[in-house]
Design a protein around this ligand. Structure first.
Ligand code: AKB
Length: 314
């Protein structure tokens, strides 16, 4: 059993990862933290932590003798564009603080594994969009994507130079029902379910044919835990792994929902998020993740739609 710290526990991934790790490692061994005093998802152990306060982070890691940290605090693509400097500072300094604390602990003989999420946003307009390779052109055009690409380079650097056991995934758009849509470009695929359940016409901010790679939360959580549990020798990629889940566009998702709720309506009003989405891949080649740690997505679009409609509370 590991002693685990989760930073940004009130966000989309944290809202579900805390419970999954607590079930595996024991509720007392998982410390959920966020900048807010509100323990939004009833984590068994919760405390306030500002990831930009490196001294407070180092103190908590030392006191609790943390073996594994998940640094999930970030501003996403759309909110990042509204506040680029804030996004850069939070996304980069947050990661650097974790990597530095991990380096110092390793040098003191106390290794600490690090997980940090990258994203399909690290790709850009010149990336091959279909079956995007693991190694390819990466020219992100959002501040969020630039921070993800720089973060990937930092992760690889801290592994190569200092031996910090850092691991990462380029998440597709994650779809889930527990937390509300949180400022991402792929979040239309969550908001659409809320509209369907409220019997509202969904006003989609992307064009109907904008295909993006997506993944359902249980697959995303399983990927994260499987990557962290894999033997270190198997982890050949220390920047971030491509993982593929599902690919669909807003019209296809709308039709899958309308198959269950025939009265549901959609209208298309693309906004600035369309400009972001069109620079991202449509599907990913995840053969390295398959080879190195056995990754395989399980959940289909019809299963996702049934589960979302059954579980969202509006
Ligand atoms: C976003 O849309 O910003 C995120 C992501 C793809 O990283 N969901």
């Amino acid at each position: 059993m590991a002693k685990i710290l989760i930073v940004g526990a009130n966000g989309q991934i944290g809202s579900e990862l805390v419970g999954a790790l607590a079930a595996k490692h024991g509720a007392q061994n998982v410390i959920a933290t966020d900048i807010s005093p509100n323990n939004l998802y009833a984590a068994p152990r919760y405390q306030v932590l500002d990831i930009l306060d490196k001294a407070a982070l180092a103190k908590l890691v030392e006191e609790e003798e943390i073996d594994q940290v998940y640094q999930l605090a970030a501003l996403l693509s759309a909110t990042g564009e509204a506040a680029p400097l804030k996004a850069w500072t939070l996304n980069m300094d947050g990661l650097l603080n974790i990597l530095e604390v991990a380096r110092v602990r390793l040098e003191a003989g106390k290794p600490m594994q690090v997980f940090w999420p990258s994203s399909i946003a690290a790709f850009g307009p010149n990336t091959p969009p279909v079956n995007t390779p693991q190694m390819t052109v990466m020219d992100p055009s959002t501040i969020y994507g630039i921070s993800k690409l720089a973060g990937e380079r930092l992760c690889e650097y801290y592994f190569a130079k200092y031996g910090v056991d850092v691991r990462s995934i380029r998440y597709p758009g994650i779809i889930s029902y527990k937390s509300p849509p949180g400022g991402g470009t792929t979040d239309y695929a969550i908001a659409i379910f809320h509209a369907a359940l409220k019997n509202e016409t969904y006003s989609c901010f992307l064009e109907a044919d904008t295909t993006l790679p997506m993944i359902y939360m249980p697959d995303a959580i399983r990927a994260t835990i499987e990557l962290m549990e894999a033997p270190s020798a198997n982890i050949a990629i220390r920047s971030a792994y491509n993982i593929d889940g599902l690919s669909f566009n807003p019209q296809e998702l709308f039709e899958a929902i309308r198959a269950k709720r025939p009265e549901f309506q959609i209208e298309y009003k693309p906004d600035a998020r369309q400009q972001i989405a069109k620079t991202w891949p449509q599907s990913l080649d995840d053969s390295k993740a398959q080879q190195d740690w056995g990754w395989e997505a399980h959940i289909s679009l019809p299963q996702l739609v049934d589960d979302m409609l059954a579980n969202i509370t509006v």
